[in-house]
Design a protein around this ligand. Sequence first.
Ligand code: GLC
Length: 542
Amino acid sequence: MKRWFIAWCHKMINNNLWYKNAVFYEISVRAFKDSDGDGRGDLRGLTEKLDYLQALGVDCIWIMPIYPSPLRDDGYDIADYYSVDPAYGSLDQLKVLIEAAHQRNIRIIMDLVLNHTSDANPWFQAARSDKNSPYRDYYVWSDTDQIYKDARIIFVDTERSNWTWDEQAGQYFWHRFYSTQPDLNFDNPRVQEEMLNVARFWLDLGIDGFRADAVPYLFEREGTNCENLPETHVYLKKLRSIMDEHYPGRILLCEANQWPEDVRPYFGDGDEFHMGFHFPIMPRIYMALKKGRFEDMEEIMRRTPPIPENCQWCTFLRNHDELTLEMVTEEERQWMWKEYAPEPNMKLNLGIRRRLAPLLDNDRRKIELANSLLFTLPGTPIIYYGDEIGMGDNLNLFDRNGVRTPMQWDDSTNGGFTSGTPFTEMVQGEYSCQKVNVAEQMKSPNSLLRTIQKMIALRKQYAAFGGSDMEWIETGNPAVSVYLRRHDDDVIIVFNNLSNAIQTVQIPAQYQMTGRDLFSNQSFSLEQQLELQPYSYYWFHK
Ligand code: GLC
């Protein structure tokens, strides 16, 4: 075989694994940038801000739902799967956005909500009003609410049951989330085909893949908790095979808020999801920072099974939802609430509805340290918009809206987000746009934004960070997490002092070596001992 052909094949293969050493960024389009003065962010606005995302070093953007929706669950309640809500723009504007992003080497994935629709979706309207409608069987109906009792309720603050009586239909319908979000019936082959068509539609338009929402719940079976069922995997593998065959290089990212061993099957043999969120590591990063000990993080990482070579975890500190505490014990949850949600209105369902900076007391050292963990642990990091500048939240807003406030671009009225009246009130006080904004932090070489930019650049420069394994190094100090990441001969040892005190670690003989500190680029020797300032970190490169 010709050498150039082999090289080309390699390039293509590596290119198709682009997500393994990438940095992702999650965006609420409505809250990012308004281009037309109607107070709501839109696709044009986001397109205008691509240069910013490129300068930050982002490789892939995940946009939250932009489908037409009554917004009972901020767009995760979809009324039409085949178009864009005019508030955000049009299909053509989405194409322009994708093209402009690709020119900057940025990919765009979007939410694919398979499990449920909005009750405003014409499918549901037809289903509820006519027993003989072909859409009736798109949903899960029952004459009794006494089946599937072992399925837990997810939105515990609002929902009492997963069944809701529908007067018009004269039956109960099944829903795992809000009662305005009826679940689709995946036992119906037409539903299965319809949702594959939805995926094809957006892939044909040029989207680079999907963050597949709430996938554990697609099927229901009596006597089970109706999560992670074998039928679900069969279906998802079908979706994947279509992508492999017709859309190579596009990805599926799995939202399964589950233990690592339960997420593992979603990777299949490398033939289901390319990526999966690592939910349990997230609260343990906050636990580590509060306790000043890394043991919980180590425990969950050791419990994380290996995944196929073409797969990758996705790690995050915050996202658009509450900081979920589903993947901790009851005792740990109570402790997290006590430590991180001292006011009752900070709690939501089984979580905490606050942003990164307020959770970490707006303490620059802690925010950097949390990011140091995010960027060096196995998995592709995903940044939640605004956390790179340390934006705050607004607890007066309903549900999770308090962490979805407008991006603060500068210190002008409305933070440069809109020339009109913003769709929601801007954050005030300590985190107002006068105090926290992009323009200011871009100017200052020592800002949080500049530090995050540097972390992103380093993270991407070293393939050692892109693998899925790590080696914990025993240093006799429970307050400093020390782990090694490796790619061939490239070795990076990461030190994170989780405590508010100076700490010393003992370096085992085999790790005593000379190298460089990646941040200062100064040569640096690991000798018998290393001293670390409170909440400080080193990324040591051999
Ligand atoms: C996912 C989304 C969340 C949404 C839910 C129901 O968990 O992250 O925002 O409410 O699915 O669609």
